[in-house]
Design a protein around this ligand. Sequence first.
Ligand code: DAH
Length: 341
Amino acid sequence: MELDSFQEEALQALSGAKDSKALELLRVKYLGRKGALTERFAALKDPAQSPAEKSRLGQQLNEVKRRLEEALAERTVSLQTGPVPSRPKQDLTLPGHVPQAGRLHPLSQTLERILEIFQSLGFPAVQGPEVETEFNNFEALNIPAEHPSRENFDTFYLKTAVGTAPALLRSHTSPVQIRFMKSHPPPFQVVVPGRVYRPDAVDATHCFQFHQVEGLAVAPGLTFGDLKGVLASWAQGMFGSSARLRFRPHHFPFTEPSAEGDLACIFCSGSGCRVCGRKGWLEILGCGMVHPQVFKAVGYPAGTVGFAFGMGVERIAMLLHGVEDIRLFYENDLRFLRQFP
Ligand code: DAH
């Protein structure tokens, strides 16, 4: 045991020698002719020991000597050449870890494309809050309480303190028209992307939450022809140069006249198929000339003219990609999402 700790001490000293001079002193101390190990070999001559003991001790001493000489040689080399570089901890021949790259959700991709085209037509995007007042979501848009059209824009109400104005989740992006007009004088033209809410039962084409893009242009002399031109150009940018739109009379409280815009079916080019229900047309937006009541609600002078439109992002994404169930957009199923690089 004593020999073990001697060996340990000597090995540590040798391998830790600061320079060759210190190493030489250690060599003399341990392995020199009068060194510590030599002294131990001398003990072999002690007549009190049996031959068996002598032979065992001799073997042990020789082993210690071999190790010390080895350590001495190693340290001699390492002091000359610097530290031996440690072996690399990684096996560079193994295949690498490919990082999982994210990508935009198909709805975001669709929305970006919609906005990009409007941007190129001179319509920058602005936004408004998802929590709205009844005034902005309904009254100012000419949807009075008790009027049957209010049902179409039914929404979720939020709990508010008694005596304060009711707050709700906006059921369309149209209230941002009101906000924008209240803070900007014409002329302008903007689009408004955003999330909207309706208490609809969830099925293949409905969800309690979805996305719209609203458009609003107010400037002297604007006509329904301008509205058609803007939307037709947008449709061609979105669906290809052969895209055709038709405008069908409709009713919205906040526009007069109002229309729904139908896209000639992009699957059958208008001849009728399963997607368009054999009609040849796909309803994709609502639009019209802004109702004078709306301008009045924001304090614009009589005689102001402008047009507005609104479209659903999910609906357009479903058409673009042939997605048949709106729920796929919200389930975070990577097997679905990975199909939109
Ligand atoms: N706000 C309507 C909706 O949610 C869409 C709409 C129709 C917006 C006609 C408009 C418009 O600005 O002119 O169904």
